[in-house]
Structures are given as structure tokens and as C-alpha cells.
Write a protein that binds this ligand. Structure first.
Ligand code: PMP
Length: 384
């Protein structure tokens, strides 16, 4: 099976597996214990923290390890809101945040917190004029993703950071799809808090972090002594070591940019072939800056499930959007926010390449397109 769903998750690299196995076997003590084995585990934790800090351009004390981006997102939004000065109660999300994050937005609304959503334009880019209107003096924080998990569209973080700063509001950025794919330095990003998950860049699942700018007040959602009181619970040291190993393997900014260019070239070649070989292909967000390895598209009006099943039969694993919501048949909320009608949105599939994707794998998919075309029901059959 050729795996083309790297936005859902990525395979752990051998360096990550080795780092985790070494910590599980040799550093299993509690990193908070005062005895020798505990102190040794504490040094492993400190070492991983400084690798993260060095790789992501932040201070070690700004790293709060968590169980992944979902938890880090919760900590950022609930924690920054709880610590906001009186008179600042409103929270502003983008309308295209990760589906799980929008559930948090709805929970806040049900609890009586005023919430606004920043719209996107038909091309998938964030509407900065609306952001200018919505980010005012009563806003506690703005929560914006750096890059969309479905379309790959990049969000104008710097522009929104300037609006948030002018309004005196905090800015949280969900950089889960950005970190590992695009050059990133927390110190230059303009956000007060940034979340990410290790499994999106060949690290383990169930671990991530919130980077929290020094001096920014936050109330923990899971209180406890660990992580300087910002996130309680015994640290998952093997996973944290795996996260650090995955970050270390990303290489320099130049290497990261070269890998992004490689994936973009493969993606563009694939999109050219899809347009040439299949009827009526529409690729969303192709006209705005987007992540290098992703293609979010429909082929005619074939429903996503039909297309994905035929692709799987031919040996390719792709998805119909976010893995977390792809079990349902609801249209993508991202496409809905872009004004795409439901019947069209239900045809959306996501092909996402990654570091482990080879040119031969993309060529295999291109070579399979004529066969795929014969496997699809005819337009008459679809209409019937
Ligand atoms: N935010 C974004 C943009 C994501 O793509 C994901 C994972 N699909 C998450 C948050 C949640 O990450 P995790 O499930 O690792 O907590």
C-alpha cells in the first residue's frame, strides 16, 4: 500500500523508534524523583527540552509538553482566557480551525463566552478585513491555525499577530500542520502560544507541546507540579524523547526548505497528471500559498468514499479530509466556510505527501490514473 495521508499522521522514523526504546529501557524512572535514577531521567527530560528549544527557536522554559496538539490547544485557549484581564472575555477563532478545536469553541459558547469566527474567502485565504473588524479591545485571545490540515492553505499569522497586538489581545497559533514542514522559529512567529503534535513529523502519537512566551500568564487546565506548574502529570519521557529525535532529524532551515520544494514539485506533477487524466478535476486552494505536499480536490461528482475505495483497491491510501472527522458523511466545514455547496464538498479527497514519499510512489499513482478512470462509475450511473 502506498501511503498518501501524511496530514493525518506520519510513520515514525527509525531514529525516533530507537530513541524511544532507549528511554523506555534505560530511563524509566520518574523524572521528578530525587534519587539517582530519577535525576538521570530528569536529565533526559532536560536534554529533550533543550533540543526542542533549539530546533524551534524558543527558550527551554517556554516548552510545555502535552499529550499532543488537542490538549495544547485546550491549554492555550482555556488557560489564556482564564488569565485574561477583566473586561476581556471574547475569543476569536478562524472558521476553518481543526474540527476538534471548533468543538472547544462551541463549548465556550455554550458556557456563555462570546465567540466570533474569522471567515475565509472563496479561495480559502483568511479575510483580513473581517479580522480587522472583529479583533477589538474586548478580545482576550485570537486562536488561529498556521496552516489548514485539509486544504493546506497558509494563514496570515503575521497580519493577525499585528491586529492582536494592536488590540492588546493574546494570539494562540495551532501550528500542528506547519511545524516540521515549514521553517519555524517561535521567537519570530509573533504568537504568545503555539501548539503542535509530534506525529505530524515522524514522531510518536500522543505527545506534543505548547510553546508559551515567557512572562505570559496562563491558568493550567490540568494542574500539577510538572512543567513548571503549567501542565500536571508524570511526563511521558519515551514519547518526549521521540518528539525531540523527530525534531532533530528535520535538519537545518535550508534542508527543510529543500524538502518542502521537493514535495511541492511532486505534488504539482501529480496535480498536472490528475487534471490531464481525469475528467472535471477541481483542486481547492491551488491559487493561494499552501503547504507543499497536499492536494485537496474532487474528481467530477464522484463521492469521496467511491473514489477512495477505488484508490485503495489500486494500492493507495488517501483520505476524505481530517482523519478525525472522515468517518462521518458531513461535508468539510473548511469547504463550507469557502462557500462550496454540500454536494460538491462531499466529493473532496485529500492526498498528502510527506518526507517518506518517493518520486516512484507518485509516479505509481500517476501511472494508475487511467485504470482509476475505468473503475469509476460513469456520469450517467452517478446521476441515476
Ligand atoms: N490541529 C490540527 C491543525 C491538526 O491537523 C490536528 C491533527 N489532525 C490537531 C490539531 C490535533 O492533533 P492531535 O490529534 O495530535 O492532538
Amino acid at each position: 500500500m502506498i501511503y498518501l495521508d501524511h496530514h493525518a499522521t506520519t510513520p515514525p522514523s527509525q531514529a525516533v523508534i530507537d530513541a524511544m526504546a532507549a528511554v523506555m529501557a534505560g530511563s524509566w524512572a520518574n523524572a521528578s524523583s530525587k534519587h539517582g535514577p530519577g535525576q538521570a531521567a530528569g536529565r533526559v527530560l532536560a536534554g529533550a527540552r533543550s533540543v526542542v528549544a533549539q530546533s524551534l527557536g524558543c527558550k527551554p522554559a517556554e516548552v510545555v509538553f502535552s499529550s499532543g496538539a488537542t490538549e495544547a490547544n485546550h491549554l492555550a485557549v482555556r488557560g489564556l482566557l482564564a488569565a485574561a484581564p477583566e473586561g476581556r472575555r471574547r475569543v476569536v477563532f478562524s472558521a476553518v480551525e481543526h474540527a476538534g478545536h471548533l468543538k472547544l469553541a462551541r463549548e465556550l459558547m455554550e458556557a456563555g463566552v462570546p465567540v466570533d469566527f474569522l471567515p475565509v474567502r472563496a479561495d480559502g485565504a483568511l479575510d483580513l478585513d473581517a479580522a480587522t473588524r472583529l479583533i477589538g479591545a474586548d478580545v482576550a485571545l485570537v486562536s488561529l491555525m498556521a496552516a489548514n490540515n485539509e486544504t493546506g492553505a497558509l494563514m496570515p499569522v503575521a497580519g493577525v499577530a499585528a491586529l492582536a497586538a494592536a488590540a492588546g489581545a493574546r494570539l494562540h497559533v495551532d501550528a500542528t500542520q506547519w511545524v516540521g514542514k515549514m521553517p519555524f522559529r517561535f521567537a519570530d512567529f509573533g504568537a504568545d502560544a503555539v501548539s503542535f503534535s509530534a506525529h505530524k513529523f515522524h514522531g510518536p502519537k500522543g505527545v506534543g507541546a505548547l510553546l508559551l512566551r515567557q512572562g505570559v500568564a496562563i491558568r493550567p487546565t490540568v494542574p500539577g507540579a510538572q512543567e513548571r506548574g503549567r501542565r500536571g502529570g508524570t511526563e511521558n519521557l519515551p514519547a518526549i524523547a521521540g518528539l525531540a529525535a523527530a525534531l532533530a532529524a528535520l535538519g537545518s532551515e535550508v534542508e527543510l526548505a529543500a524538502e518542502a520544494a521537493r514535495q511541492a514539485a511532486l505534488r504539482d506533477r501529480l496535480e498536472g497528471a490528475l487534471m490531464a487524466e481525469l475528467p472535471d478535476v477541481r483542486i481547492w486552494c491551488a491559487g493561494v500559498p499552501r503547504l507543499p505536499g497536499v492536494s485537496f480536490l474532487r474528481v467530477g461528482r464522484w463521492e469521496a468514499d467511491v473514489l477512495l475505495q477505488r484508490l485503495e483497491r489500486l494500492g493507495f491510501a488517501a483520505s476524505s479530509g481530517a482523519a478525525c472527522s472522515s468517518s462521518g458523511t458531513a461535508p468539510s466545514h473548511v469547504l463550507t466556510a469557502m462557500g462550496v455547496p454540500d454536494d460538491e464538498a462531499l466529493c473532496a479527497i485529500r492526498i498528502s505527501l510527506g518526507r517518506s514519499t518517493t518520486a516512484a510512489e507518485v509516479d505509481a499513482l500517476i501511472a494508475a490514473l487511467p485504470t482509476l478512470r475505468t473503475l469509476l462509475p460513469t456520469a450517467d450511473a452517478v446521476a441515476a
